[in-house]
Design a protein around this ligand. Sequence first.
Ligand code: NAD
Length: 249
Amino acid sequence: MSKEFSGLVAIVTGAGSGIGLEVARGLTERGARVFGFDINQGEMASVATFIKCDIGDAASVESAFAEFKKASSKLDILINNAGIGSLTTVEKETDEIWHKVLNINVVGTARVSRAAIALLRESKSAAIVNTASVAAIDGIPNRAAYSASKGAILSLTLAMATDHLADGIRVNAVNPATTDTPWVKKLLDQSPDAKAARSALESRQPMGRLVSPSEIASAIIFLASPVQASVTGTTLNVDGGMHSLRIPK
Ligand code: NAD
Protein backbone atom coordinates (compact mmCIF):
# COMPACT_ATOMS: atom_id res chain seq x y z
CA MET A 1 0.00 0.00 0.00
CA SER A 2 1.35 3.44 -0.99
CA LYS A 3 2.08 5.66 2.02
CA GLU A 4 1.37 8.97 0.27
CA PHE A 5 -0.31 10.34 3.42
CA SER A 6 2.68 9.63 5.62
CA GLY A 7 3.24 12.47 8.12
CA LEU A 8 -0.18 14.00 7.35
CA VAL A 9 -2.97 14.54 9.87
CA ALA A 10 -6.63 14.15 8.91
CA ILE A 11 -10.02 14.82 10.46
CA VAL A 12 -12.89 12.70 9.14
CA THR A 13 -16.41 13.61 10.28
CA GLY A 14 -18.85 10.71 10.58
CA ALA A 15 -15.94 8.25 10.90
CA GLY A 16 -17.87 5.90 13.17
CA SER A 17 -19.78 4.16 10.39
CA GLY A 18 -20.18 3.54 6.67
CA ILE A 19 -18.29 5.77 4.23
CA GLY A 20 -16.45 7.79 6.92
CA LEU A 21 -15.22 4.61 8.60
CA GLU A 22 -13.77 3.36 5.29
CA VAL A 23 -12.14 6.77 4.64
CA ALA A 24 -10.54 6.66 8.11
CA ARG A 25 -9.33 3.10 7.46
CA GLY A 26 -7.92 3.98 4.02
CA LEU A 27 -6.13 7.12 5.22
CA THR A 28 -4.63 5.25 8.18
CA GLU A 29 -3.43 2.43 5.88
CA ARG A 30 -1.77 5.06 3.68
CA GLY A 31 0.17 6.58 6.58
CA ALA A 32 -2.05 9.40 7.90
CA ARG A 33 -2.84 10.05 11.55
CA VAL A 34 -6.64 10.17 11.60
CA PHE A 35 -9.07 11.79 14.04
CA GLY A 36 -12.73 10.77 13.77
CA PHE A 37 -15.24 13.48 14.72
CA ASP A 38 -18.59 11.81 15.37
CA ILE A 39 -21.49 11.77 17.82
CA ASN A 40 -20.65 8.07 18.36
CA GLN A 41 -17.35 6.23 18.34
CA GLY A 42 -19.01 3.46 16.37
CA GLU A 43 -16.43 1.13 14.82
CA MET A 44 -13.55 3.57 14.42
CA ALA A 45 -11.40 2.44 17.40
CA SER A 46 -8.76 0.61 15.35
CA VAL A 47 -8.50 3.22 12.56
CA ALA A 48 -8.94 6.68 14.14
CA THR A 49 -8.74 8.61 17.39
CA PHE A 50 -12.32 9.35 18.43
CA ILE A 51 -13.25 12.93 19.29
CA LYS A 52 -16.86 13.39 20.25
CA CYS A 53 -18.41 16.05 18.04
CA ASP A 54 -21.91 16.96 16.96
CA ILE A 55 -21.33 19.00 13.81
CA GLY A 56 -24.86 20.39 14.24
CA ASP A 57 -23.81 22.19 17.43
CA ALA A 58 -21.35 25.11 17.45
CA ALA A 59 -20.19 24.55 21.05
CA SER A 60 -19.56 20.88 20.36
CA VAL A 61 -17.45 21.69 17.26
CA GLU A 62 -15.50 24.26 19.27
CA SER A 63 -14.74 21.83 22.09
CA ALA A 64 -13.85 19.05 19.60
CA PHE A 65 -11.27 21.34 17.95
CA ALA A 66 -9.90 22.32 21.38
CA GLU A 67 -9.41 18.61 22.13
CA PHE A 68 -7.91 18.01 18.68
CA LYS A 69 -5.40 20.85 19.12
CA LYS A 70 -4.19 19.29 22.38
CA ALA A 71 -3.36 16.12 20.42
CA SER A 72 -2.05 17.63 17.18
CA SER A 73 -0.43 20.93 16.29
CA LYS A 74 -1.19 20.48 12.59
CA LEU A 75 -3.96 19.52 10.19
CA ASP A 76 -3.58 18.64 6.50
CA ILE A 77 -6.81 16.93 5.43
CA LEU A 78 -10.47 17.54 6.33
CA ILE A 79 -13.15 15.13 5.15
CA ASN A 80 -16.62 16.63 5.71
CA ASN A 81 -18.61 13.45 5.51
CA ALA A 82 -21.12 13.36 8.41
CA GLY A 83 -24.70 13.94 7.32
CA ILE A 84 -28.30 12.97 7.94
CA GLY A 85 -31.19 12.08 5.65
CA SER A 86 -34.84 13.00 5.42
CA LEU A 87 -37.32 10.99 3.42
CA THR A 88 -40.22 13.07 2.26
CA THR A 89 -41.53 15.68 -0.18
CA VAL A 90 -41.55 19.45 0.11
CA GLU A 91 -45.28 19.27 0.86
CA LYS A 92 -44.71 17.25 4.02
CA GLU A 93 -41.33 18.54 5.16
CA THR A 94 -41.83 20.84 8.16
CA ASP A 95 -39.67 23.86 8.97
CA GLU A 96 -38.24 21.80 11.83
CA ILE A 97 -37.02 19.10 9.41
CA TRP A 98 -35.59 21.73 7.03
CA HIS A 99 -33.69 23.44 9.85
CA LYS A 100 -32.36 20.13 11.17
CA VAL A 101 -31.17 18.79 7.80
CA LEU A 102 -29.64 22.08 6.66
CA ASN A 103 -28.07 22.70 10.08
CA ILE A 104 -26.24 19.37 10.11
CA ASN A 105 -25.52 18.81 6.42
CA VAL A 106 -24.73 22.35 5.30
CA VAL A 107 -24.02 24.58 8.31
CA GLY A 108 -22.25 21.63 9.99
CA THR A 109 -19.88 21.35 7.02
CA ALA A 110 -19.27 25.12 7.08
CA ARG A 111 -18.80 25.10 10.88
CA VAL A 112 -16.17 22.37 10.86
CA SER A 113 -14.43 23.95 7.85
CA ARG A 114 -14.37 27.36 9.57
CA ALA A 115 -12.59 25.83 12.56
CA ALA A 116 -10.15 23.97 10.30
CA ILE A 117 -9.12 26.65 7.77
CA ALA A 118 -6.46 28.40 9.89
CA LEU A 119 -4.73 25.06 10.55
CA LEU A 120 -5.05 23.91 6.92
CA ARG A 121 -3.52 27.17 5.69
CA GLU A 122 -0.28 26.13 7.42
CA SER A 123 -0.12 22.80 5.55
CA LYS A 124 1.77 22.22 2.30
CA SER A 125 -0.73 19.45 1.38
CA ALA A 126 -4.04 20.97 2.46
CA ALA A 127 -7.21 19.39 1.12
CA ILE A 128 -10.90 19.30 2.00
CA VAL A 129 -13.28 16.74 0.52
CA ASN A 130 -17.03 17.12 1.03
CA THR A 131 -19.46 14.22 0.71
CA ALA A 132 -22.43 15.35 -1.38
CA SER A 133 -24.75 12.92 -3.22
CA VAL A 134 -26.20 12.13 -6.65
CA ALA A 135 -29.36 13.59 -5.08
CA ALA A 136 -27.66 16.98 -5.64
CA ILE A 137 -27.65 16.52 -9.42
CA ASP A 138 -30.50 14.07 -10.15
CA GLY A 139 -34.14 14.27 -9.10
CA ILE A 140 -34.70 11.42 -6.64
CA PRO A 141 -38.17 10.98 -5.10
CA ASN A 142 -38.93 11.85 -1.46
CA ARG A 143 -35.71 13.64 -0.63
CA ALA A 144 -36.55 17.34 -0.92
CA ALA A 145 -34.60 18.80 2.03
CA TYR A 146 -31.81 16.22 1.72
CA SER A 147 -31.34 16.92 -2.01
CA ALA A 148 -31.33 20.67 -1.40
CA SER A 149 -28.73 20.24 1.35
CA LYS A 150 -26.46 18.22 -0.94
CA GLY A 151 -26.92 20.74 -3.78
CA ALA A 152 -25.74 23.37 -1.30
CA ILE A 153 -22.67 21.25 -0.56
CA LEU A 154 -21.69 21.31 -4.24
CA SER A 155 -22.07 25.11 -4.38
CA LEU A 156 -20.19 25.45 -1.10
CA THR A 157 -17.40 23.27 -2.50
CA LEU A 158 -16.94 25.67 -5.43
CA ALA A 159 -17.11 28.74 -3.19
CA MET A 160 -14.56 27.32 -0.74
CA ALA A 161 -12.27 26.12 -3.54
CA THR A 162 -12.26 29.67 -4.93
CA ASP A 163 -11.89 31.48 -1.60
CA HIS A 164 -9.02 29.29 -0.42
CA LEU A 165 -7.12 28.75 -3.67
CA ALA A 166 -4.55 31.35 -2.65
CA ASP A 167 -4.27 29.68 0.77
CA GLY A 168 -3.16 26.46 -0.97
CA ILE A 169 -6.25 24.58 0.23
CA ARG A 170 -7.85 22.34 -2.40
CA VAL A 171 -11.60 21.69 -2.01
CA ASN A 172 -13.42 18.91 -3.88
CA ALA A 173 -16.53 16.77 -3.46
CA VAL A 174 -17.86 13.31 -4.22
CA ASN A 175 -21.38 12.37 -5.27
CA PRO A 176 -22.14 8.85 -4.09
CA ALA A 177 -25.16 7.00 -5.42
CA THR A 178 -26.83 4.52 -3.05
CA THR A 179 -24.04 2.95 -1.05
CA ASP A 180 -24.18 -0.19 1.03
CA THR A 181 -23.78 1.37 4.50
CA PRO A 182 -25.63 1.00 7.82
CA TRP A 183 -27.61 4.14 6.80
CA VAL A 184 -29.13 2.30 3.82
CA LYS A 185 -29.59 -0.92 5.81
CA LYS A 186 -31.62 1.05 8.39
CA LEU A 187 -33.83 2.48 5.63
CA LEU A 188 -34.35 -0.94 4.07
CA ASP A 189 -35.16 -2.50 7.44
CA GLN A 190 -38.02 0.00 7.81
CA SER A 191 -39.50 -1.05 4.49
CA PRO A 192 -42.35 -3.65 4.49
CA ASP A 193 -40.38 -5.76 1.95
CA ALA A 194 -36.66 -5.09 2.49
CA LYS A 195 -35.56 -7.49 -0.25
CA ALA A 196 -37.75 -5.85 -2.91
CA ALA A 197 -36.75 -2.39 -1.71
CA ARG A 198 -33.06 -3.33 -2.01
CA SER A 199 -33.48 -4.71 -5.50
CA ALA A 200 -35.32 -1.51 -6.55
CA LEU A 201 -32.33 0.52 -5.34
CA GLU A 202 -29.91 -1.81 -7.11
CA SER A 203 -31.75 -1.63 -10.42
CA ARG A 204 -31.81 2.20 -10.25
CA GLN A 205 -28.03 2.09 -10.72
CA PRO A 206 -26.93 0.95 -14.22
CA MET A 207 -24.31 -1.42 -12.75
CA GLY A 208 -27.22 -3.25 -11.08
CA ARG A 209 -25.71 -3.11 -7.60
CA LEU A 210 -25.15 -0.71 -4.72
CA VAL A 211 -21.83 1.12 -4.50
CA SER A 212 -19.53 -0.19 -1.75
CA PRO A 213 -18.36 2.15 1.05
CA SER A 214 -14.74 1.40 0.15
CA GLU A 215 -15.35 2.54 -3.46
CA ILE A 216 -16.59 5.93 -2.19
CA ALA A 217 -13.71 6.07 0.30
CA SER A 218 -11.10 5.48 -2.38
CA ALA A 219 -12.57 8.34 -4.47
CA ILE A 220 -12.43 10.64 -1.41
CA ILE A 221 -8.86 9.54 -0.69
CA PHE A 222 -7.91 10.13 -4.35
CA LEU A 223 -9.18 13.73 -4.13
CA ALA A 224 -7.50 14.29 -0.74
CA SER A 225 -4.15 12.92 -1.88
CA PRO A 226 -1.19 15.31 -2.13
CA VAL A 227 -0.50 13.60 -5.47
CA GLN A 228 -3.61 15.40 -6.90
CA ALA A 229 -2.08 18.82 -6.27
CA SER A 230 -3.85 20.38 -9.30
CA VAL A 231 -7.37 19.10 -8.59
CA THR A 232 -9.70 21.63 -6.98
CA GLY A 233 -13.36 22.64 -7.40
CA THR A 234 -14.18 19.20 -8.82
CA THR A 235 -16.99 16.78 -8.05
CA LEU A 236 -16.46 13.09 -8.70
CA ASN A 237 -19.58 10.97 -9.22
CA VAL A 238 -19.21 7.47 -7.77
CA ASP A 239 -22.56 6.13 -8.82
CA GLY A 240 -22.43 2.95 -10.91
CA GLY A 241 -23.29 5.11 -13.95
CA MET A 242 -26.51 6.46 -12.39
CA HIS A 243 -26.04 10.10 -13.38
CA SER A 244 -24.73 9.81 -16.92
CA LEU A 245 -25.69 6.47 -18.47
CA ARG A 246 -29.00 5.59 -20.13
CA ILE A 247 -29.21 1.84 -20.68
CA PRO A 248 -32.15 0.66 -22.84
CA LYS A 249 -34.16 -2.05 -21.02
P1 NAD B 1 -23.81 6.19 8.15
O1 NAD B 1 -25.10 6.44 8.86
O2 NAD B 1 -23.35 4.80 7.95
O3 NAD B 1 -22.66 7.03 8.86
C1 NAD B 1 -22.85 8.37 9.19
C2 NAD B 1 -21.98 8.73 10.38
O4 NAD B 1 -22.19 10.13 10.64
C3 NAD B 1 -22.38 7.97 11.65
O5 NAD B 1 -21.23 7.46 12.30
C4 NAD B 1 -23.09 9.03 12.49
O6 NAD B 1 -22.95 8.82 13.90
C5 NAD B 1 -22.37 10.30 12.04
N1 NAD B 1 -23.17 11.50 12.28
C6 NAD B 1 -24.50 11.68 12.06
N2 NAD B 1 -24.87 12.90 12.47
C7 NAD B 1 -23.76 13.51 12.97
C8 NAD B 1 -23.52 14.75 13.57
N3 NAD B 1 -24.50 15.64 13.78
N4 NAD B 1 -22.25 15.04 13.96
C9 NAD B 1 -21.25 14.15 13.80
N5 NAD B 1 -21.43 12.94 13.26
C10 NAD B 1 -22.67 12.61 12.86
O7 NAD B 1 -23.96 6.97 6.75
P2 NAD B 1 -23.18 6.85 5.36
O8 NAD B 1 -24.08 6.15 4.42
O9 NAD B 1 -21.79 6.41 5.56
O10 NAD B 1 -23.22 8.40 4.94
C11 NAD B 1 -22.10 9.24 5.05
C12 NAD B 1 -22.30 10.43 4.13
O11 NAD B 1 -22.51 9.97 2.79
C13 NAD B 1 -23.51 11.32 4.45
O12 NAD B 1 -23.15 12.68 4.28
C14 NAD B 1 -24.53 10.92 3.41
O13 NAD B 1 -25.42 11.97 3.08
C15 NAD B 1 -23.62 10.61 2.23
N6 NAD B 1 -24.24 9.75 1.23
C16 NAD B 1 -24.60 8.47 1.55
C17 NAD B 1 -25.20 7.68 0.58
C18 NAD B 1 -25.61 6.26 0.86
O14 NAD B 1 -26.34 5.70 0.02
N7 NAD B 1 -25.20 5.65 1.96
C19 NAD B 1 -25.43 8.19 -0.71
C20 NAD B 1 -25.07 9.50 -0.99
C21 NAD B 1 -24.45 10.27 -0.01
